[in-house]
Structure formats: structure tokens, C-alpha cells
Write a protein that binds this ligand. Structure first.
Ligand code: NDP
Length: 382
């Protein structure tokens, strides 16, 4: 019987509700695979689920993004084989662990040119940028987009994707350092929305016209003012709630502010079909392998340090993407300056004090697991 460590929570709450447990993992059923993670991605949505903003069936293993190796394949799975390198963004959650069994539909073969840490840092956030830029509105070269939280995980990928498409991306962020980082990654202009009124500044930057599209993942704190940044008939894409959910509002506001359009999309609609997911992932991998998009891993944490990782994300103390390493890793400071390594990933620039992990060490990638028959709690401070 295979065993795994997994981070679960039994009730919504702060980072302290996260518990590391050990439990058995079964064999994959029809349409499923068993995967061993080399790295797992952290996303803001994990915080929404843990805190109860997005209610979940409990107890629940968190995590929607991972990379590693396929260890077993269930009946009917044809696009993956045992031993394949893989990465995924998928629902339901369950990625904060060493080993899991999951539906194969959203698991994608990982090209050799992309290392596991980079893959774990980019699939969910990169696919999000893909659907925002290509499947939500027909964006084209010359369009102007206001993108909030431009120095975050999704944000830095969006900055680079926009540059590659010839889109003028005006990015917002909460500090001067984050603004500089967004510009280094391709934002045409930035606004420190802690210091400046971003509506006034957007109007200045667009000579009064307003932007074609706003991509707003901040939610309650920015929603209404984001509408004021749009040109007539412009598109508001509200895709997150970092500051809280957008409260109910009078639809008439959209008419009064210039016949605005509004959508509230989620990645999991766009990758629900296996074929769509695989095609989108192939395009994302191509963007990274071509060097148009480099993935910046701003911080990495051991699986056992997951609560600290959540604290830092909630405190807005992260930049770029964050990952969990089942086989080790300690909290790291963000690397100084922009990272531009493509293909093998920016993670090589991290000041981790450890050599880069060899790509295909599937089984040695995980710290030794203590065997037990049922589920047992492990010390999160270990
Ligand atoms: P990150 O943690 O990397 O970035 C979030 C950033 O939001 C923070 O760093 C911070 O940047 C800003 N922020 C502003 N107010 C707050 C607040 N009150 N609490 C926390 N952060 C705040 O997140 P991701 O890149 O993983 O995700 C970005 C957003 O996109 C999230 O809201 C997430 O839920 C959403 N998302 C939505 C998807 C969808 O399909 N709908 C898919 C993926 C992500 P600063 O300090 O610069 O303001």
C-alpha cells in the first residue's frame, strides 16, 4: 500500500487549521492516474477555500496545481503512461501531498524543457492568463488592459503575455518594488494603488479615454473604481476576491457608466473539457519554452511549512509564484531583480542554498514516509 503525507483542514479558519497527516493512497480507477509530486503550486484560491470564502466539503486536502511523475495509470487513460513527467491544474483540490490519485483528464504531459518546480508554479496561473487573454475577450495588439495585482503569480505571467501580444498592460501593485517588478516583466506602465488614485492615473495615461479591458482579481476593494477606468462599452473581467467578494450591486450601474460589459469567469469552466485543457496547456508550455514567458518563483516552502506560506500570501508579502516542495525546501526571500530564465525556469535563481533538484528523481524526490495503517497527524513545525 502506498502512503502519502497530505495537508488537510477539518474546518474553515486561519492558516493554523492546516494539518499535515499521513494516509494511504489507493490504486487509480478507470480514467484516473496516481501521481507523485516533485512540487505543488500555491494559489490564492487555496486561501479562499481554507478560509471558507469558497465553502468546501470537509475534511479537505488543499491544492489545485502540481508537477511530478505518473506512477500508475487506470483503465481507459490513453494520453499518459507510467513514468511520464506531468503537470496539472485541476479541481477538486488535493495537491498538497506527496502522492495522490486523481482524474487524468486535466493531467498534461510535461515537455522535457520545463522543470518540475517551474511547472508547479505556472500551470494554474498560466492557464488563467491564457483564458483571460484568448477566450474571454478577443484581445488584439494595440489594446489597453488595466491588470490589478500585476506583481503576483498570475500578474507577472500576464505582464509577459501582454508584451508578447503587443498589448499595452497597465499594472497595479501595492509597493514601488512590486511596480518595478511588473514593469521588468512587461507592464507598459504601473500604478502603486496604495499611493495613487488608480482611476485618475488611468485616465491620465489614456488621455481621458479609459482602457478597453479591466482584469480585476482584487474584488470588493477595487470593483466599482475599476468600472470607472473603462472606455464606453469596455469589458470588466472580475476574476477574483483577494480583498473580499464583490457585494451585490445594481446592474443599472453598467449602463450609467457607459454600457459596460461584465463577466465573472473561472478557469475551471475553460479547462473542464479534456481536449480544451490539453490544447491550452500545450500553448502555455510553448509560451514558456519559447522564452516569451519566464516563470518567476518568488518563494518556495517545504510541505510542512504550508501555514507560513499561507500567512505570507495573505499578508501580500509574496511576488510571482509560490510553490511547496514535498521533499524539502525552507521559506525563501524573493530573489532580487527580475528573473529571465525560460524553459528550465527562474527557480534556478532562487537563494535556496540547495542545488537544483535533478529532473527525473521520481522516487527519491520525497522524504522517507513513515508507514501507518490509518491517518495520523504529523508535526507541522518539523
Ligand atoms: P497572488 O497571491 O500571487 O497575488 C495576489 C495579490 O493580490 C497580492 O500579492 C496583492 O498584491 C493583491 N492583494 C490586494 N489586496 C489583497 C488582499 N486583501 N489580500 C491578499 N492579496 C491582496 O495570487 P495569484 O496570482 O495566485 O491570484 C491572483 C488572483 O487571481 C486571486 O484573487 C485569485 O483568486 C485569482 N484567480 C482567479 C482565477 C479564476 O479563474 N477566476 C484563477 C486564478 C487566480 P499587491 O500587494 O500588489 O496589491
Amino acid at each position: 500500500m502506498t502512503e502519502t503525507r497530505a495537508v488537510i483542514f477539518q474546518a474553515p479558519g486561519g492558516p493554523e487549521v492546516l494539518k499535515l497527516v499521513q494516509r494511504p493512497v489507493g490504486d487509480p480507477g478507470p480514467g484516473e492516474v496516481r501521481t507523485r509530486h516533485h512540487a505543488c503550486g500555491l494559489n490564492h484560491i487555496d486561501i479562499c477555500q481554507r478560509s471558507g470564502v469558497y465553502p468546501m466539503p470537509l475534511p479537505q486536502v488543499l491544492g489545485m496545481q502540481g508537477a511530478g511523475v505518473v506512477k500508475a495509470v487506470g483503465q481507459g487513460v490513453t494520453h499518459l503512461a507510467t513514468g511520464d513527467r506531468m503537470a496539472y491544474a485541476a479541481t477538486p483540490p488535493g495537491a498538497y501531498c506527496d502522492v495522490r490519485v486523481m482524474s487524468a483528464a486535466q493531467v498534461c504531459r510535461l515537455p522535457d524543457g520545463i522543470d518540475f518546480r517551474t511547472a508547479a508554479a505556472m500551470v494554474l496561473q498560466g492557464l488563467t492568463v491564457h483564458y483571460l487573454f484568448h477566450r474571454t475577450v478577443p484581445l488584439k495588439s494595440g489594446d489597453t488592459v488595466l491588470f490589478h495585482a500585476a506583481a503576483g503569480g498570475v500578474g507577472l505571467i500576464a505582464c509577459q503575455w501582454a508584451r508578447a501580444m503587443g498589448i499595452r498592460l497597465i499594472g497595479t501593485a501595492g509597493t514601488e518594488e512590486k511596480c518595478a517588478l511588473a514593469r521588468d516583466h512587461g507592464a507598459a506602465e504601473t500604478i502603486n494603488y496604495e499611493r495613487e488614485d488608480f482611476v485618475v492615473r488611468v485616465r491620465e495615461l489614456t488621455e481621458g479615454r479609459g482602457v478597453d479591458v479591466v482584469m480585476d482579481s482584487i474584488g470588493a476593494a477595487t470593483f466599482e473604481r475599476s468600472l470607472d477606468c473603462l472606455r464606453p462599452v469596455g469589458m470588466m473581467i472580475s476574476f477574483g476576491n483577494a480583498s473580499g467578494k464583490v457585494p451585490p450591486f445594481d446592474l443599472g450601474i453598467l449602463g450609467a457608466k457607459g454600457s459596460l460589459q461584465l463577466t465573472r469567469p473561472t478557469l475551471f469552466t475553460h479547462i473542464a473539457r479534456h481536449e480544451d485543457c490539453q490544447a491550452m496547456a500545450a500553448q502555455l508550455f510553448q509560451m514558456v519554452e519559447s522564452g516569451k514567458v519566464a516563470i518567476r518563483i518568488g518563494q518556495e516552502f517545504a510541505l510542512a511549512d504550508v501555514a507560513e506560506a499561507h500567512r505570507r500570501m495573505e499578508a501580500r508579502a509574496t511576488t510571482g509564484s509560490s510553490i511547496l516542495l514535498p521533499w524539502g525546501g525552507r521559506p525563501t526571500a524573493p530573489p532580487a531583480g527580475p528573473c529571465r530564465q525560460a524553459g528550465t525556469g527562474d527557480s534556478r535563481n532562487l537563494p535556496t542554498g540547495r542545488a537544483a533538484f535533478p529532473r527525473d528523481h521520481a522516487d527519491r524526490a520525497t522524504a522517507p514516509i513513515r508507514l501507518s495503517s490509518g491517518e495520523s497527524h504529523l508535526d507541522l513545525s518539523a
